[in-house]
Design a protein around this ligand. Structure first.
Ligand code: SAM
Ligand code: DTB
Ligand code: SF4
Length: 318
């Protein structure tokens, strides 16, 4: 199947409406046309500046608007980041993703993040950052320092966006993605399911991602981690099969993108994760913590890889 950027919402809806086994079978078939079977890309996350974020994302433990009991931390030292990155490499991760709870990086933060990119890259890891909105010049400087990927999620449909975040717009997100592309970096962009959105919003999110001029190379699909103290702290869990369907549809409409099982893996059984891989997911976040919430246990992930006969992808560094 060739790459398409003209998917309609109706076509995406129709994919969701197929019998579950047909959908998962098609997704795995598409997956095998574009990727080697049984290879999973593994990323490790680190929060380089935690909490007190001025944005009001209703799901987030780090927003200053809510009382999530999270302990805020100032920027952590570059040496600490490098130590963590080396440990991530030693445990088999190919990409190191550094996240900051900023609306956007200030100019005074740029030397700090640029140095970090250079040093993490020098370890032979792929580099990724998620720092909020970027202007064109910041994107270019990150690219020049050696940043491979920039993570900036669309998170939900355009229509539902203002129900979840009021301090920025959906178009602000698209502008940053455009700056990242123009600078020549790879795009990591996906979303969250289980925010209380409808199926139609999930269709809308996938439609926005799959009709970008170039598909994001990496599509993280997060299952809401309901954090106490945030407005979504009591949200009932989305049925897991709906999440698996979302993965399968993403795999079919963006066949060359890595689809990442992101937040929310901690509570899933081995069989549920195996089904997500069958539906075409081929990437995970590995390590004890995501940014601020617990992740699936590393030794459990190692056993799961062993049981399923999955192998880690090596870093793809130039
Ligand atoms: N501040 C930056 C931003 O929002 O772009 C980067 C960090 S932010 C934590 C990165 C992504 O993590 C969000 O876009 C969202 O998709 C995901 N995320 C944050 N909190 C989450 C939660 N409680 N459950 C699931 N995903 C979450
Ligand atoms: C993404 O889509 N998910 C990651 C990464 N990109 C930065 C973050 C998940 C955060 C989950 C909540 C937390 O640990 O704070
Ligand atoms: Fe801030 Fe990002 Fe959390 Fe939103 S998701 S509150 S922008 S850290």
């Amino acid at each position: 199947m060739s790459l398409r950027n003209d998917w309609t919402r109706e076509e995406i809806q129709t994919l969701y409406d197929q019998p579950f086994l047909d959908l998962v079978f098609d997704a795995q078939s598409v997956h095998r046309q574009h990727f080697p079977a049984n290879i999973i890309q593994v990323s490790t996350l680190l929060s380089i500046k935690t909490g007190k974020c001025p944005e009001d994302c209703k799901y987030c433990s780090q927003s200053a608007h809510y009382d999530s009991k999270l302990e805020a931390e100032k920027r952590i030292a570059v040496e600490t980041v490098i130590r963590e990155a080396q440990a991530a490499k030693d445990s088999g991760s190919s990409r190191f993703c550094m996240g900051a709870a900023w609306r956007n990086p200030h100019e005074r933060d740029m030397p700090y993040v640029l140095e970090m990119v250079k040093e993490v890259k020098a370890l032979g890891l792929e580099t990724c950052m998620t720092l909020g909105m970027l202007n064109a010049s910041q994107a270019e400087r990150l690219k020049d320092a050696g940043l491979d990927y920039y993570n900036h999620n669309l998170d939900t449909s355009r229509e539902y966006y203002s129900h979840i975040i009021s301090t920025r717009t959906f178009d602000d997100r698209l502008d940053t993605l455009d700056h990242v592309r123009q600078a020549g970096m790879k795009v990591c962009s996906g979303g969250i399911v289980g925010l209380g959105e409808t199926r139609n919003d999930r269709v809308g999110l996938l439609h926005e991602l799959a009709t970008l001029p170039i598909h994001p190379e990496s599509v993280p699909l997060n299952l809401l981690v309901a954090v106490e103290g945030t407005p979504l702290g009591d949200t009932p869990q989305l049925p897991i099969l709906e999440w698996i369907k979302t993965i399968a549809v993403a795999r079919i409409i963006m066949p060359q993108s890595y689809v990442r099982l992101s937040a929310g893996r901690e509570g899933l059984s081995d069989s549920e994760q195996a089904m997500a891989f069958l539906a075409g997911a081929n990437s995970i976040f590995y390590g004890e913590k995501l940014l601020t919430t617990p992740n699936a246990d590393s030794s459990r992930d190692d056993r799961l890889f062993e049981t399923l006969g999955l192998h880690r992808e090596a870093p793809r560094v130039d």
